[in-house]
Design a protein around this ligand. Structure first.
Ligand code: GDP
Length: 435
């Protein structure tokens, strides 16, 4: 996946640029797990290319006092994780001694670096842009105004040129990519090791494997799949926050690269806020999802314990209720096979195509029985339905007045599609088109 990191001294406008690249709508994961900080990462898109934006500067305090150690920490984080680095400076204030300190660390990087000269709204200020060439860095200087957005388009045109593109001939086409994600200590490594150890069948490294994640093709329980294993990225860190930070970044990458996310929870702890973030992220990315409630061996059981647990869990996850929940113990190997089987089924569900005739036969009847409510005396008439040839299941409803369909009716339609066509574990999109 492609990561754009923004670095620079405090108060140059990094978070404004961040928000601009990400767009409020797509901002994710504020205030993770009780650690309050600025937003750090979010998703951006430019000419159809998706990327993750990281503002590593949110990491250091917003004051002007910034220590060399913090600069190094921030920049090294960017160098390690980023595809492209945006080094932000402030034209209004001109070249600052801290800019030079940043540049000194950045010079050790072999990643593409662009100097983004912020607050270049006026020609008056723009004349000082040339001063920043003295930093001896970067391919080019891009004047922008992160507040108004001017110049960011040109910048992004350049940035996306460094993005990896999908392999054209992919030998792994049709082999499900599974991501095993969850908070630290839920049992992810144990789960992956069990798959790996059990049948000693780790196969090959897969094309497209990057420094950032190891994609291995497995053959376990008679099924072939790829696990995006970001655990190998684990590195020793001194500060607690770093562990959190890397762990979230790893989850984002793993989710992006997968078809189906196996989200592991710890049965003894239940569903916590960060688990919900992870599930929400997988859903936003339109990935298949299977929930594993692991360490089930540690839970004392009476009649109906599992059923009650599941009901409670579904209540907490509402309205995200389409995913299968499986109670596993990696330790005693309970339902591990079932977990993988279910992930496969979700993959099948995700890739299935429903024929237009079947869809219309079944769903038009449901619509007949429960028409969209009239709005302002106008009646919405749905004429036909078709599944679009998109990567994620998307159903287009052609009708006379698409703008009059309410959210609740959309949910009704989604439920009917799920009821008749079995999209368990798969987020589906419903769109309305004018006909
Ligand atoms: P990760 O951080 O998510 O990769 O978690 P690990 O796989 O390192 O597991 C964390 C701890 O939980 C280890 O001590 C495991 O032995 C233990 N563990 C993992 N799965 C289970 C399980 O199903 N039951 C029990 N009782 N312990 C487990």
């Amino acid at each position: 996946s492609n990561i754009v990191a923004i670095v620079g001294r405090p108060n140059v406008g990094k978070s404004t640029l961040f928000n601009r690249l990400v767009g409020e709508r797509k901002a994710i994961m504020d205030n993770q797990s009780g650690v309050t900080r600025d937003r750090h990462y979010g998703y951006g898109e430019w000419i159809g290319k998706n990327f993750t934006v990281v503002d590593t500067g949110g990491y250091v305090h917003g004051s002007d006092d910034i220590f060399e150690g913090e600069i190094r920490k921030q920049v090294e984080l960017a160098i390690k994780e980023a595809t492209v680095i945006l080094f932000m400076v402030d034209v209004e204030e001109g070249l600052h001694s801290l800019d030079e300190e940043f540049a000194a660390v950045l010079r050790r990087s072999d990643k593409p670096i662009y100097i983004v000269a912020n607050k270049a709204d006026t020609n008056l200020k723009a004349q000082f842009i040339g001063d920043f060439y003295a930093l001896g860095l970067g391919e080019e200087i891009f004047p922008v105004s992160s507040a108004s957005g001017s110049g960011t388009g040109d910048l992004l045109d350049e940035v996306v040129k460094h993005f990896q593109t999908e392999d054209v001939e992919n030998p792994d086409e049709g082999v499900p990519r599974l991501a095993v994600i969850g908070r630290p200590n839920v049992g992810k490594s144990s789960f992956v090791n069990l798959l790996l150890g059990e049948e000693r069948n780790i196969v090959t490294d897969v094309a497209g494997t990057t420094r950032d994640s190891i994609n291995s093709r497995y053959n376990a329980f008679g099924m072939e799949f790829i696990i995006t294993d970001t655990a190998g990225l684990r590195r020793k860190t001194k500060v607690h926050e770093d562990i959190e930070f890397y762990s979230v970044l790893r989850s984002i990458k793993a989710i992006e690269e997968s078809d189906v996310c196996i989200v592991m929870l710890d049965a003894t702890r239940g569903l916590e806020a960060q688990d919900m973030n992870i599930v929400g992220l997988a859903d936003k990315n339109r990935k298949g999802i299977v929930i594993l409630v692991n360490k089930w061996d540690l839970v004392e059981k009476e009649t109906n314990t599992m059923k009650a647990y599941e009901e409670q869990l579904r209540e907490k996850m509402a309205p995200l209720t389409y995913m299968p929940i499986i109670f596993t113990s990696v330790l005693t190997k309970q339902r591990v096979h079932k977990a993988i089987e279910t992930a496969f089924q979700v993959y099948k569900n995700k890739t299935q195509k429903i024929s237009t005739s079947k869809l219309n036969d079944v769903i038009l009847k449901e619509i007949e029985a429960y028409q969209p409510p009239a709005i302002k005396g106008k009646f919405v008439k749905i004429k036909y339905i078709t599944q679009l040839p998109t990567h994620n299941p998307t159903f287009a409803f052609f009708c006379n007045l698409p703008q009059y369909i309410k959210e609740s009716y959309t949910r009704f339609l989604e439920n009917k599609i799920r009821k008749h066509f079995g999209f368990e574990g798969v987020p589906i999109n419903i769109v309305f088109r004018k006909k």
